[in-house]
Design a protein around this ligand. Structure first.
Ligand code: NAD
Length: 326
């Protein structure tokens, strides 16, 4: 039987629509969010918004310079002060995300739980591949990919146990498409996409949703490459609402990759051609592959698909087992 309060709630939900988003406001009261690298740039905007919407926030920031070595606790402290001044709840954590267990420990000590992880901390060590040193490679992998892994690894048992969690990880268009001078960074960012897609599968039964964003924002990271008017147009505040939505119980989205910036949000997915089929009888030669090359790479012949699981991926292989040739 439906009580009056249930009925009112159902009515409110029914009224919530794109035209009327206020009917069911996205809130985080009673929830605890960890935002890494939240002392500046994008992370600061996420922490301020989550704090404003009722979350208790762990503002993690090593206070590192952009190339990643050194630290300064002021960055995190300033953002904590901003949240608290606005009437919110926040504590600082100054550990590197490479020590994820300490970051999560801060949340547990201060607020007793953790619900939301926004893995955002990052550095750049751009060099052409010819000039890239092992140190440039290793440090970027360690902060982005290992740091993301370590924070999630420490929080995961808690999310699992409470059967609720929202994780937003940070990739980059560079990790999706590649860019000169960023082999270390693009490899780490693409790694974060793979990590997130698999965690989305592993978290499904426990209501742990894991998504990835590839943001564009005017921050110190992009100030050297974006003209000033672009830095102005690409405000971190335009990215934060997507992060808040994906971090909320209002979103059931998982395993997604989203490009976001300047007030624009879009999803990215894989597309695969219909492919070229050859007899499955070990006679395949390089020349045969060449002969059907234009078909193998044709996205426009109406046969292209969007596989989303390894099972989807395998279907066309299986279907070719019986291909005896024409
Ligand atoms: P930013 O340099 O302004 O902020 C990054 C923050 O991470 C800094 O405050 C820094 O102190 C902190 N940090 C660095 N290493 C850390 C560590 N080991 N532990 C904890 N904190 C650490 O940069 P941003 O532009 O705000 O970038 C945020 C994230 O978004 C990064 O992951 C970045 O790669 C990604 N990103 C940004 C853009 C963009 O257009 N700005 C584009 C693609 C991806």
């Amino acid at each position: 039987s439906i009580t009056d309060t249930d009925f009112v709630e159902l009515l409110e939900r029914a009224k919530a629509s794109p035209a009327n988003p206020k009917a069911d406001p996205v809130r985080f009261d009673g929830q605890v969010a960890i935002v890494t690298g939240a002392g500046g740039g994008l992370g600061r905007a996420y922490a301020l918004l989550l704090g404003k919407l009722g979350a208790s926030v762990v503002v993690n920031d090593l206070g590192a310079p952009m190339a990643g070595q050194g630290s300064d606790s002021r960055a995190a402290d300033l953002v904590v002060n901003e949240i608290v001044k606005a009437g919110g709840k926040a504590v600082a954590n100054y550990d590197s995300v490479e020590e994820g267990e300490k970051v999560v420990e801060t949340a547990l000590k201060a607020f007793g739980r953790v619900d939301i992880l926004v893995n955002n901390a990052g550095i750049l060590r751009d060099k052409s591949f010819v000039r890239m040193s092992d140190a440039d490679w290793d440090l970027v992998q360690s902060v982005h990919l290992r740091g993301t892994y370590k924070v999630i690894k420490a929080a995961w048992p808690h999310l699992n146990k409470q059967k609720y969690g929202r994780i937003v990880n940070t990739a980059s268009a560079v990790g999706l498409y590649g860019n000169f001078g960023q082999t270390n960074y693009s490899a780490a960012k693409a790694g974060i996409v793979g990590l997130s897609k698999t965690l989305a599968v592993e978290g499904a039964r426990k209501n742990i949703k894991v998504n990835v964003i590839a943001p564009n924002a005017g921050t110190r990271m992009t100030a050297t490459i974006m003209p000033p008017e672009m830095v102005e147009a690409f405000k971190p505040e335009y990215v934060a609402p997507l992060v808040a939505f994906l971090s909320s119980s209002a979103s059931e989205e998982t395993g997604g990759v989203f490009e976001v910036g300047s007030g624009w949000v879009a999803q990215v997915r894989w597309q695969r051609t219909g492919g070229a089929a050859f007899p499955a009888n070990r006679t395949l030669t390089p020349e045969q592959v060449r002969s059907k090359w234009s078909q193998a790479i044709d996205f426009e012949d109406g046969r292209a698909t969007h596989p989303t699981t390894p099972g989807d991926s395998l279907n066309d292989f299986m279907a070719n087992f019986d291909n005896g040739g024409d």
